[in-house]
Unconditional design. Structure first.
Length: 287
């Protein structure tokens, strides 16, 4: 049973890795320059608007396309922030429900199919009663995938962005010194780790992704345009501050420790009261 579970975890991680790689490499189906005349839904309504917005903000901030990319990245993160807030709240609610879920698992610990089905039903009922969606954690990632691909194509298909220089690199080429890919990998690890710290009981698959994602980002940052690594870095920094502001794991940990201490104190008082009651009964019997 454990081997089957591990296989499913590895399959999930492998699917995520292959999916991201496909999106950023194999799915780059068009290399034609992007203009207002570009045809096709993807090029005309996704890639061109991103390219135009990056150029507009670049002109607004002195002609630096790197600054344009930074501003647009922050704007995109602000647009999807309500969804991220829902994800963080759902994550916090899931954490608070862990003791009750553990009670259900102990209550329905038998491995027969009927008991397993009952456990699933009771768990889903618990989620519904507390307005928790366990799939909410995947939704922001799914929404960001097409944005990421659109960003990649907007950079690689816009000559002005592709050939512009920022610090020591050309935005359309990989960072020759690997500095941005390393920073992108480190900030990916930091943002994932801080998000995971808010969970008392961590899913093993998600815990593995915390370490696998930075390696993927490092590899892709080395091979893909440096502008994309810049997009990852700004997005990750935004995510760190967003998590600390909305679902601060350090604050959550202090709250959980306080609740645990209060529960221990309550249990001690109950035990003390029970012992006193028992001793009084024993005294009455002796009399």
């Amino acid at each position: 049973m454990k081997k089957k579970k591990r296989f499913k975890q590895k399959l999930l991680i492998a699917s995520l890795v292959i999916g991201l790689m496909a999106v950023l490499s194999g799915c780059g189906y068009s290399t034609d320059p992007i203009t207002s005349e570009s045809t096709g839904f993807w090029s005309h309504y996704i890639v061109y608007p991103l390219s135009a917005v990056i150029k507009w903000f670049s002109e607004l901030f002195g002609g630096s396309y790197a600054v344009g990319i930074i501003v647009v990245t922050i704007l995109i993160r602000l647009l999807i922030m309500p969804l991220m807030i829902k994800q963080l709240k759902s994550q916090k609610a899931m954490t608070n429900l862990q003791p009750k879920i553990k009670e259900l698992q102990e209550k329905y610990s038998s491995k027969d199919n009927e008991t397993k089905q009952k456990l699933q039903q009771e768990t889903m009922r618990l989620y519904q009663e507390n307005s928790v969606n366990p799939m909410m954690g995947c939704l922001p990632l799914l929404i960001q995938m097409p944005i990421l691909l659109g960003f990649y194509q907007a950079i690689s298909r816009t000559a002005e962005i592709k050939t512009d220089t920022f610090l020591w690199m050309q935005l359309g080429d990989p960072d020759p010194y690997f500095i941005l890919p390393v920073v992108a990998a480190l900030t990916t690890f930091l943002s994932s780790k801080i998000s995971m710290m808010g969970q008392t009981q961590q899913n093993k698959s998600m815990a593995m992704i915390v370490y696998i994602m930075p390696v993927m980002i490092l590899f892709m940052g080395i091979t893909l345009p440096s502008a994309l690594a810049l997009y990852w870095i700004i997005g990750n920094i935004f995510t760190v501050f967003q998590t600390l502001l909305i679902n601060n794991p350090f604050k959550n940990k202090r709250e959980q420790e306080a609740l645990a201490a209060a529960q221990v104190a309550e249990d001690r008082l109950k035990k003390k009261a029970a012992n006193m009651k028992a001793s009084k009964k024993g005294g009455k019997k002796r009399k």
